[in-house]
Design a protein around this ligand. Structure first.
Ligand code: PLP
Length: 397
C-alpha cells in the first residue's frame, strides 16, 4: 500500500506505517501486527485507545449535537471548567483546540497584564530548550532555532534565559527590563524531558521573584499536565500556584482541546471580544475532557502513573547502570527520558521492528509517554522491549 501522498504538505517525516485500530495501550497495523504504544500520540491518549467511557461519552454527545457557537451557554464546557478550576485552584478557563492556542491565550493575558502595569512594550521571560507551539507567537517563545529558522521576523517581547537558572532571572529583574511574566514548562518535554534539579525549590523561587516584581507566573503544562507526572499538574509537586496554566494534549485523550486557566488577577483582564475561538470548548471536545478527568479519578490513574513510571524507570536504570552510552535516565511518573551519548533517531526504527512506538527528541533523548492506563505487565514489557532496542542500537554504534 502507498504510504506517501504528495497531496499532503510535507510537514512531517513520517514512519512507513499506518494503523487500523487501537485497544488500550495497543495499536494494530493493517496486517494485524500489534504494537505497544509508549508514546500516546505524544502525551495525548491519556486513556489509551478505545476506552469505553470515552467512546460512550463522545458517542452520546455526537447524537445530541457536536457543535454550537460560543454565542451560547455550553453545558459540557461549564462542567469541564468547574472541574479544572477545582483541580487547579485557579479561577476561570478559556477553551481552545490545541496547545499552541492555549499558549497564545496565555501570552495575550501576559501582554494585557503588562499594559495594565503601564508597560508600553512588555517582555516575557522564556526558557532555553522550551517548546510552546508552532504559531508565530509560540514559536517565537520557544527556545530552539530549529523551530524558528526561516520564519523571521519573529515576534518580539521575549527574553530568553537558561532553564533551571534562577540567577539569570534575578539578573534581569535587577535591570527592570519591562518584564511582565515568566513563562515556562515546569518539566520540558520537547527539550528532552528536562526536570529542574530541585523542582520544588525552583518553582518556589520563581514564584517569589514574580511576587516581588509583580510579574505573572505562567506554566505551560500542555505536555506534563493532566496526571502524567503523578499529580494532576506537574507544578503540584511543589506548593506553588501559577497565575496562569495551559493544558491541551492529554485533556481530551485524543479529541482536540486546549485550555488556558487563569487566576482572578489574570481573569479580570479579559472582557467579551478580547479573545475567542470558533471551535474552542465545543460540546464534543468538552465531553471528552470531562470523561477523561472522570476516568483518571475513577481508575486511580495518577497513582498508576507513579507506580508504572517507577517500575519502567527502575528496570531501565538497573539495566544501564554502568553503561557509558547512557548519559541519564530522567523521569517523573510516566514522563520518561533516556539520554544517550550520541544522536539516536535510528532507535525509533529499531523500536518499530520490535513492535514498540517511541520517539526521540532533542536528538539524543528517547522519550516515553505511555497512556496512563498502562498496567504492570505492559509496563514491564515496555521496559523489556526498550532494553532490547537500546542494546541493538548501541551494538551497532
Ligand atoms: N506546549 C508544549 C509543552 C508542548 O509539548 C506542545 C506540543 O508538543 C505545545 C505546547 C504545542 O501544542 P500543539 O501541538 O497542540 O499546538
Amino acid at each position: 500500500m502507498k504510504l506517501i501522498n504528495k497531496n499532503l504538505m510535507p510537514t512531517y517525516s513520517r514512519l512507513p506505517i499506518s494503523f487500523k485500530k487501537g485497544e488500550g495501550v495497543w495499536v494494530f497495523d493493517k496486517a494485524n501486527n500489534k504494537y505497544l504504544d509508549a508514546l500516546s500520540g505524544i502525551a495525548v491518549n491519556t486513556l489509551g485507545h478505545n476506552h469505553p467511557s470515552l467512546v460512550k461519552a463522545i458517542s452520546n454527545q455526537a447524537v445530541k449535537f457536536i457543535h454550537v457557537s460560543n454565542y451560547y451557554y455550553i453545558e459540557e464546557q461549564s462542567i469541564l471548567a468547574d472541574k479544572l478550576v477545582k483541580l487547579s485552584g485557579l479561577s476561570s478557563v478559556f477553551f481552545c483546540n490545541s496547545g499552541c492556542e492555549a499558549n497564545e491565550a496565555a501570552i495575550k493575558l501576559a501582554r494585557l497584564y503588562g499594559h495594565k502595569l503601564n508597560i508600553d512594550t512588555p517582555n516575557i521571560i522564556v526558557m532555553e530548550g522550551g517548546f510552546h507551539g508552532r504559531t508565530m507567537g509560540t514559536l517565537s517563545a520557544s527556545g530552539g532555532r530549529k523551530y524558528q529558522a526561516g520564519f523571521e521576523p519573529l515576534m518580539s517581547g521575549y527574553i530568553r534565559v537558561p532553564f533551571d537558572d534562577v540567577d539569570a532571572i534575578e539578573k534581569i529583574a535587577s535591570k527592570k527590563n519591562k518584564v511582565c511574566a515568566i513563562f515556562l514548562e515546569p518539566i520540558q518535554g520537547e527539550g528532552g524531558i528536562n526536570i529542574p534539579k530541585n523542582l520544588k525549590q525552583y518553582l518556589k523561587k520563581l514564584r517569589q521573584i514574580c511576587d516581588q516584581n509583580k510579574w505573572l507566573l505562567i506554566f505551560d503544562e500542555v505536555q506534563c499536565g493532566v496526571g502524567r507526572t503523578g499529580k494532576w499538574f506537574a507544578h503540584q509537586h511543589s506548593t506553588v500556584k501559577p497565575d496562569v496554566m495551559t493544558l491541551a494534549k492529554g485533556l481530551g485523550s485524543g479529541v482536540p482541546i486546549g485550555a488556558c486557566i487563569a487566576n482572578k488577577t489574570a481573569t479580570q483582564l479579559m472582557e467579551p471580544g478580547k479573545h475567542g475561538s470558533t471551535f474552542g470548548g465545543n460540546p464534543l471536545a468538552c465531553s471528552a475532557g470531562v470523561a477523561t478527568l472522570k476516568a483518571i479519578e475513577k481508575e486511580y490513574l495518577i497513582k498508576n502513573a507513579v507506580e508504572q513510571g517507577t517500575l519502567i524507570t527502575t528496570l531501565l536504570k538497573k539495566k544501564f547502570k554502568n553503561n557509558k552510552n547512557i548519559v541519564s535516565i530522567r523521569s517523573l511518573g510516566l514522563m520518561i527520558g533516556i539520554q544517550l551519548s550520541s544522536p539516536c533517531g535510528e532507535v525509533v526504527n529499531i523500536a518499530l521492528e520490535k513492535k514498540l512506538l517511541i520517539n526521540v527528541t532533542a536528538e539524543n533523548v528517547i522519550r516515553l509517554l505511555p497512556p496512563l492506563i498502562i498496567n504492570k505487565t505492559e509496563a514491564k514489557l515496555l521496559a523489556d522491549r526498550l532494553i532490547d532496542v537500546i542494546e541493538i542500537f548501541l551494538n551497532n554504534l
